[in-house]
Design a protein around this ligand. Sequence first.
Ligand SMILES: Cc1cc2nc3c(=O)[nH]c(=O)nc-3n(C[C@H](O)[C@H](O)[C@H](O)COP(=O)(O)OP(=O)(O)OC[C@H]3O[C@@H](n4cnc5c(N)ncnc54)[C@H](O)[C@@H]3O)c2cc1C
Length: 565
Amino acid sequence: MTHYPIAIIGAGLSGLTLARVLHVNGIESAVFDLEPSPEARAQGGMLDIHTDSGQVALRAADLYDEFRALVHTGGEALRILDRHGVVHLSEEDDGDGDRPEVDRGQLRDLLLHSLPPGTVRWGRKATAIAAVGGGRHEVTFADGTVITTDLLVGADGAWSRVRPLVSDAVPAYTGISFVETELLDADTRHPASAAVIGGGFFFCLGDRKGMLAHREPDGSLHVYTAVEADAGWLDGIDFTDPSVAKKAVLTRFDGWADELRALVADADGPLVPRRVHALPVGHRFDRVPGVTLLGDAAHLMSPFAGEGANHAMLDGAELGRAIVAHPGDTEAALAAYEGDMFPRAERSAGGSAASQRLLFGDDAVAALLDQFTSHADSAVPTIAVVLASTRPVRVGEAVARWVLDRAATRTDARFELVDLAEADLPPLDEPLPPALGRYTQPHTQAWAATVARYDGFLFVTPEYNHGLPGALKNALDRVYAEWNNKAAAFVSYGHDGGVRAVEQLRPVMAALQLADVGAQVSLNLRTDFVNRELAPAAHQDAALATTLDQLVAWATALAPLRVAA
Ligand SMILES: Cc1cc2nc3c(=O)[nH]c(=O)nc-3n(C[C@H](O)[C@H](O)[C@H](O)COP(=O)(O)OP(=O)(O)OC[C@H]3O[C@@H](n4cnc5c(N)ncnc54)[C@H](O)[C@@H]3O)c2cc1C
């Protein structure tokens, strides 16, 4: 019987991200998956990778640049249609979006190939698991092999074998059934369908059902036909015969426009049925020594907000970081990970359930349009959370995430991460003073465009040698008009809360005509962090709320000045 200090059951996005984050931090783990090989099951479909979850995980995995190379250009285009085929919204991908689309299989391969060969043991289906005392577990696989481990991680998806060790919860049917279809080489073979769907994501809704589709980088169309139906509906359809299955599905879409019905009628290959299940929103479990869950195993949610894979990866990254931050103390690592994961998962599962209600409710097209147009409403300010540390290892990232997390519940502003490490600005190299606005360097022009997009800035800044970080001063000095008549606030961190960095920043704000609010958050490295993991004292949440209130109020109030300028 082989013993592994860390055994991860499941080589999906969550398990692989955990293994990768551990690996980049010098900790090896063993991953076990029931699939006979990595190629055994097609990993089709597109995923949009969110700035505040999936992208955070890919940075922690040190794979962010490689991920950007996989992004499907044009994939953030969006269309919303009704059942008659009337287009209510059509947006092209302007390359500016914060939800880049990647092929799920390519993303999985990126993670897989970033691990030392042999990390994933294929063809190992966990069939029985027993606690053997002292936090250890014994796992028996279908091939008869048995292992023991000090830390058992259930990353084994919706129907997790590991979950029963910590929870009695089982996924429940959400009332929505999917039938997936594919139309291959669409521009040539299905030009009308390609034209209906457009270059990216497509919603067609009505009658408490819908068709949701993506155009994929290989030119195929991947369509989810979604129907509100009882749990037995799919069982009554013979999916071994595609023509019979198509007919059965299309009876649910009587009266829908022909070009929409064609997304099913003209599909290539088999139709794939899938019932949508979810765990209860807010699913939690007590700390059980030596075992925890990631991703769908912990918080299976309906897929209608595109959050599941993003949070699965974030879980993997966060658990990896917690293990690194608590050497020799697995229980402290698991407690820290779960303490953050439960509320985070509850919020996104709640959002996913709300999205499902919206998409399959009455007047779904109008409700979805409302959601998109209120998102695009220019009356609501857009605030950049500027991460000012550019160091490869930085606590600032956790601080920025905490800010974004708290800000996510607000409806009076939108918040986005702007990471100075990504802006990659060299020391000021403009020949003319920035106040003249004649920027010559491409990196300055790109930075000016970034700054121009926002109505306010929350600077998450460290303090270096009793002062502000050079990278932040360089970014501030590089452009001028783009900062004017906007609001600013600070969340600083350091041995004395980073307050001296903020005091130095305030006169700079005045020079740039940035209105800096009075409230601020000062996180002390001694009292608001444990082992360099962010653990803000209780009063900091209130301080952040006040800071955000003031920042949003001033960013909103200054709007007329920005219009006039
Ligand atoms: C139709 C659909 C569309 C979706 N679209 C999106 C989207 O657009 N955006 C998004 O963010 N999320 C989306 N999701 C959700 C997303 O797919 C999941 O949340 C994500 O894959 C979860 O990752 P995971 O690693 O937790 O689990 P999984 O990806 O399910 O991986 C689990 C792994 O464990 C293995 N395994 C299972 N049981 C065992 C066992 N007993 N022993 C060994 N190995 C085992 C499996 O083979 C698998 O490789 C969608 C889900 C569905 C169903």
